[in-house]
Write a protein that binds this ligand. Structure first.
Ligand code: AMP
Length: 420
């Protein structure tokens, strides 16, 4: 161990477990790549105002959890706490919304940073795969994204997750509801912090998990009763499309999510095996965000799925992903000449696309065979002086235990044929 450790609330991904994370990232993004979403990558940090304006000053993410810094040049930056604002900023900057047909569909994968109280499933550095569909108001787009996330989780084998769905209304009907809710909340017996929240972000008060608050919320006005006809029709269409696709969801009137920019459709994927940090993914429509950050009106919808929590969900369900072995052939030379000959063969195998590795470090046969076993290779190639004198190597099938002498010149073709 060195003097240093990974910072609090973070952890390292190391082999062999890291392979599982890669596979999860791949599985979460595969349905997007197959559905017209193009890959986008943005910097790990942004102008802090992008998040304070976009995500919202009153949210925990911005007010408590952002890693902010002032550069030597005096710029105020923040490590990105989420993906949507950055992706929209980048799409506007590149004029993607003017180049082709709308919507602009994008997917991304990366690291995010929140200064949260660490616990299982909640880290200060975590990883998400996300998708944004920018510039179209179409319930089919909302439905598409929910269906694709559902598909991603299912291809991983997950079953014990639920989809929670709600509509937050739009700029017409939400303010009316907000007023009614504020009026109701102001009559309650609440602490100062929560009182301040009534002014800033009253919907978040509904999210308060404390029993003494929940008890008082019985009879609070519900947003559904305030939705305007356009929002109602939109939401019905999303629900119908999901049902037609065979995707099961639950209506959850309390689902408000922690970011200010959401309008209309919001949804969350929760996994029942994860305890308190049960959200494995979430998203929604953000029709006003573009204008909030100085762009044109671009109604959009998106989601972000947590890679870390998806891995935890797999563990909770006891699912072992079938990961192909990283190495197909492992070469074990016995002696100096064999070392040169087999190293050349390993290079040749790699050049034709066979995953191959080599017993480095000149350890004895026993240690080298241990490495071969640990590599998970299907075949080992062993050669000593006597083999080379006869122009052969010993090719061992690690599954069947069978071993045969193969002419050195025929080795690459033989291995390719056996692996095919
Ligand atoms: P959010 O934007 O907060 O809805 O985050 C989307 C997803 O990212 C969540 O559903 C989680 O799976 C994941 N996530 C968010 N914050 C954290 C965190 N601090 N640690 C691990 N995963 C997180």
């Amino acid at each position: 161990m060195s003097t240093f450790k990974a910072p609090k609330g973070t952890y390292d991904l190391t082999p062999p477990d890291s392979a599982k994370y890669l596979a999860v990232r791949e599985a979460l993004s595969a349905p997007l790549k197959n559905s017209g979403y193009g890959y986008i990558e943005t910097p790990g940090f942004e102008d802090v105002a992008l998040f304070s304006r976009g995500v919202g000053e009153s949210t925990d993410i911005v007010s408590k959890e952002m890693y902010t810094l002032t550069t030597k040049g005096g710029s105020e930056l923040a490590l990105r706490p989420e993906g949507t604002a950055s992706v929209l900023r980048a799409a506007l900057e590149a004029n993607l919304h003017k180049l082709g047909n709308l919507p602009v569909k994008l997917w991304y994968s990366g690291s995010y940073y929140r200064y949260e109280r660490p616990q299982k499933g909640r880290y200060r550095h975590f990883s998400q795969v996300g998708a944004e569909a920018i510039g179209a108001e179409d319930p089919a787009l909302d439905a598409e994204l929910i269906i694709l996330a559902d598909q991603a989780y299912r291809t991983l084998g997950l079953q014990n997750f639920r989809i929670l769905l709600n509509s937050l209304g739009d700029k017409e009907c939400r303010p009316v509801y907000r007023d009614a809710l504020q009026e109701f909340l102001r009559e309650l017996d609440l602490d100062d912090d929560t009182r301040r929240r009534i002014d800033l972000n009253p919907l978040r008060v509904l999210d308060d998990k404390r029993p003494e608050v929940q008890k008082q919320l019985v009879g609070a006005p519900v947003l559904r009763d305030y939705l305007c006809d356009a929002c109602k029709a939109y939401h019905e269409e999303v629900r119908d499309l999901l049902t037609a696709a065979g995707v099961v969801y639950e209506d959850d009137e309390k689902l408000v999510r922690g970011l200010d920019y959401y309008t209309r459709t919001t949804f969350e994927f929760v996994h029942d095996g994860l305890g308190s940090q049960s959200a494995v993914g979430g998203g929604g429509r953000y029709d006003g965000l573009s204008e909030m950050i100085g762009g044109p009106a671009l109604p959009s919808v998106g989601w972000a799925l947590g890679v870390d929590r998806t891995v935890l969900a797999l563990e909770a369900e006891g699912i072992e992903l079938e990961l192909p072995s990283a190495t197909s052939v492992f070469a074990v030379p016995l002696g100096e000449e064999a070392r040169r000959v087999l190293f050349a063969k390993v290079t040749e195998l790699r050049r034709v696309g066979v995953a191959a590795d080599f017993a480095f470090g000149g350890r004895g046969l026993k240690g080298a065979m241990k490495s071969a076993n640990r590599s998970g290779a299907r075949f080992t190639v062993v050669a000593g002086e006597r083999d080379l004198a006869e122009g052969v190597v010993q090719l061992k099938d690690m599954e069947s235990g069978e071993q045969q002498a193969v002419a050195l010149d025929a080795l690459v073709a033989e291995v390719q044929q056996k692996l095919a």
